[in-house]
Design a protein around this ligand. Structure first.
Ligand code: ATP
Ligand code: MG
Length: 362
């Protein structure tokens, strides 16, 4: 008997929505279909604007949430068609929503989402609002993926690091017989995306090809690495609140070559991850990368230079790098329906294990 779930993720890169259809009936999750829908530029601009305060933002955020629900419902119907299934076959959709504020120290995080509408449009139960319970329990509400990473990537003999490079970067540390650890490391793609958008009007630096033409500016790199977030001990999580172009601008002299800035931002993403692993005192036998940053060959090469550990794609561990995060939210939705905790309290800093999110019945 199949146990089918959909996971829907839209991360801090604001690139679009990833959706996956997965069967959890076997020991390992079996991915039946995956789809990615990029945001139209108008929606992307609106979501970007909603990440900062602005006029009429309550109304605008709800309009955007409705647009996201319609996009998500289209993706779900595409997944079902691709797999030859119907809505009645699916137990639930785990839908993360689009983060527009992540302020755990102020006691909240906000993902815009319209789970009632998504349930109406799809006829499938929706599980959403995954992060707020962990924050209510004193945690960061992030990262939430380590429990899933542990479930699929733990190895009986080798110490592994799972490195997700989305808008932000986060790691999960998996050592045989030890508790799962994990934390956000800092910016993944967000600054590189922002810089190439401003300098060249492109959404991202494909393969890191532009960064590869620049020379790292060590003065700038030092300035970037002096952000207090990097020195903070876990539990910790970050967002566009900390890492954004205004912060980058405050450290630029104005004389840098544009490609040198891009090279330095790629170097920042690579170096900050390696420093975080070193300060966690974790010695990994292998590192696997997932998220869109896994496709940035320049960045992966720089990671390989800075760490003495072999860096591979999670594809080599059996899960396509662009599906890991959406699979995690399908898995977290299943945990919620089963009354099982989804957070790892040692990772988020919550007072204990908590069942995450709420259910909007079909
Ligand atoms: N071919 C590529 N070369 C370089 N970078 C790429 C490529 N494809 C995607 N990316 C990068 O990956 C980003 C999207 O990654 P992803 O969807 O994992 O991030 P996200 O939505 O922020 O996810 P999350 O916050 O859940 O980790 C893009 O914004 C871009 O920077
Ligand atoms: Mg994304």
């Amino acid at each position: 008997m199949k146990e089918l779930f959909v996971g829907i993720m839209s991360g801090t890169s604001l690139d679009g929505i990833d959706a996956v259809l997965v069967d959890f009936s076997a020991e390992r999750p079996a991915q039946l279909a995956h789809a990615h829908q990029p945001y139209a530029s108008t929606l992307r601009d609106e979501l970007t604007a909603l990440c900062a305060s602005g006029p009429d933002e309550i109304h605008r955020s709800q309009r955007a949430a409705i647009a996201l629900a319609h996009m998500s419902a289209e993706l779900v119907s595409g997944l079902l068609a691709a797999a030859g299934l119907s809505a009645a076959d699916v137990s639930a959709i785990g839908c993360h929503g689009q983060t527009v504020r992540h302020m755990p120290d102020a006691g909240y995080t906000l993902q815009i989402n319209a789970p009632s509408l998504l349930a109406e449009l799809t006829g499938i139960a929706v599980v959403a609002d995954f992060r707020t319970r962990d924050i209510a329990a004193g945690g960061q509400g992030a990262p939430l993926v380590p429990a899933f990473h542990a479930h699929v990537f733990s190895d009986a003999t080798r110490s592994r690091v799972v490195l997700n490079i989305g808008g932000m970067a986060n790691v999960t540390l998996l050592a045989p017989g030890e508790p799962v650890r994990g934390f956000d490391c800092g910016p993944g793609n967000v600054l590189m995306d922002g810089w190439i958008a401003r300098a060249r009007g492109l959404p991202y630096d494909a393969d890191g090809a532009w960064a590869a033409t620049g020379k790292v500016d060590l003065r700038l790199l030092d300035g970037l690495l002096s952000h207090p977030f990097f020195a903070r001990q876990p539990p910790k999580s970050c967002g566009r609140e900390q890492f954004n172009l205004d912060w980058l601008d405050s450290l630029l002299s104005g004389n840098e070559r544009a490609e040198a800035v891009q090279a330095t931002l790629a170097e920042l993403s690579a170096v900050s991850v390696c420093q975080a692993l070193a300060s966690a005192g974790f010695s990994a036998d292998e590192i696997a990368v997932c998220g869109g940053g896994a496709l940035n060959t320049h960045l992966v090469r720089r990671l390989q230079v800075h760490t003495r550990t072999q860096v591979v794609s999670t594809a080599q561990w059996g899960v396509a790098p662009d599906s890991v995060e959406s699979l995690a939210f399908a898995w977290l939705a299943r945990r919620t329906l089963r009354g099982e905790a989804g957070n790892v309290a040692d990772v988020t800093g919550a007072r204990g294990a908590r069942i995450l999110g709420a259910v909007w019945p079909a």
